[in-house]
Ligand binder design. Structure first.
Ligand code: ZN
Length: 352
């Protein structure tokens, strides 16, 4: 506490009142007047020191005080300044802490995002396919048939036209196809169809109900009947392994479970989760292609057919039509997936 003697002027009259100013850390008390007055130091103005001239201390109500005790005023001002600096530096410290917290939290959030993406990726990549396979196995084959029914009709109305392949060629393949599917579970209703489809090019697709469609383009591309047989074996593989149903299950699980896994954390995580899902969409079909290829290979080996026929037509398919320039987007064996939005997907898929 500092006390300074001085002369008080009320700001209205030139009357001088000898007073004592008592300073503590935050306030000044004016002692010696009829009534006791006090002000917060933040409202008080101290005139700059000019040598040893009397110094004015101005109060917010218009009153002021003059004093010769310059050293004492300097002391008060010094104390005020240091406490002001003190509060400034503590503010700085506070913001520093906040900033640090935010920074460390960002690291934490980034890590959380990464973990979320990894968990979702693992879930979608490894857990969902196994679960879907088990679930498909528990469902009767009639489920697959329901998925595929009506698809051929909608294809006929959109991207497919009647075949121009000769009856004789088709008959031979129908006979071989019947033998190929005779040993397979009779719950699948296999059916071979030929269609002309300029938009699909050289292609073969298997519907989940066991209908396999071969395009005229594929027939024209083949140089040996066993090449078509190999393709048919591959498509039968898709049906037998129930890829349509499994894909439908996988897609549903992913679209339902991923938002459940991540949606409540924050929306960025959902975005991060969308990425592996999109990447895996392609991986699903690659896994299915491998399974179908394996089925075809086993079939050819067990029927003394040369697997080279399969490789040959695959090579020609990936090279694109001979007399046209190769289409990089042409799918080798476009596998028509069954899905709630089948109609839309069919058209989009076939136009790729
Ligand atoms: Zn395939």
């Amino acid at each position: 506490m500092i006390e300074i003697r001085g002369d008080y002027y009320d700001g209205h009259q030139s009357l001088r009142h000898p007073v004592v100013l008592r300073f503590d850390e935050s306030r000044v008390q004016i002692l010696g007047l009829e009534t006791e007055i006090s002000f917060a130091l933040s409202e008080v103005n101290f005139a700059d020191r000019l040598g040893d001239l009397p110094r004015s201390i101005d109060f917010p109500d218009g009153a002021s005080c003059e004093t010769h005790d310059n050293d004492a005023v300097d002391q008060v001002v010094a104390q005020l300044t240091s406490s002001a600096l003190g509060s400034a530096s503590s503010k700085k410290l506070f913001f520093g802490r906040v900033l640090h917290l935010v920074e460390s939290r960002w690291h934490y959030l980034a890590l959380l995002l990464l973990i979320t993406a990894a968990v979702v990726f693992g879930f979608v990549r490894y857990v969902v396919p196994v679960a879907a396979k088990d679930l498909a196995a528990a469902l009767p084959v009639s489920t697959d048939r329901k998925l595929g029914d009506g698809l051929l009709e909608s294809l006929d109305g959109t991207v497919m036209q009647p075949t121009k392949i000769t009856q004789a060629k088709r008959n031979r393949l129908h006979q071989r196809f019947a033998k190929m599917t005779a040993q397979v579970d009779p719950a699948f209703k296999f059916r071979l169809e030929f269609r002309a489809s300029p938009s699909m090019g050289a292609n073969a697709i298997a519907l989940p109900n066991g209908t396999i469609i071969v395009t005229d383009g594929l027939m024209q591309l083949s140089r040996h009947e066993d090449e078509v047989i190999a393709v048919l074996a591959h498509e039968i593989g898709h049906v037998v392994h129930r890829h349509g149903l499994r894909h439908a299950i996988q897609s549903s699980v992913v679209s339902l479970a991923v938002p459940l896994l991540t949606g409540d954390i924050f929306s960025v995580a959902t975005l991060a989760a969308g990425l592996p899902t999109a990447l895996l969409e392609a991986k699903y079909s690659r896994d299915f292609e491998t399974e179908a290829d394996q089925y075809a290979l086993n079939f050819m080996r067990s029927h003394q057919l040369n697997p080279r026929h399969f490789a040959n037509i695959l090579q020609r398919l990936s090279a694109g039509p001979e007399d046209e320039k190769p289409e990089p987007t042409a799918r080798v064996f476009s596998y028509l997936e069954s899905h709630p939005e089948t109609q839309i997907r069919i058209v989009r898929f076939l136009r790729e």
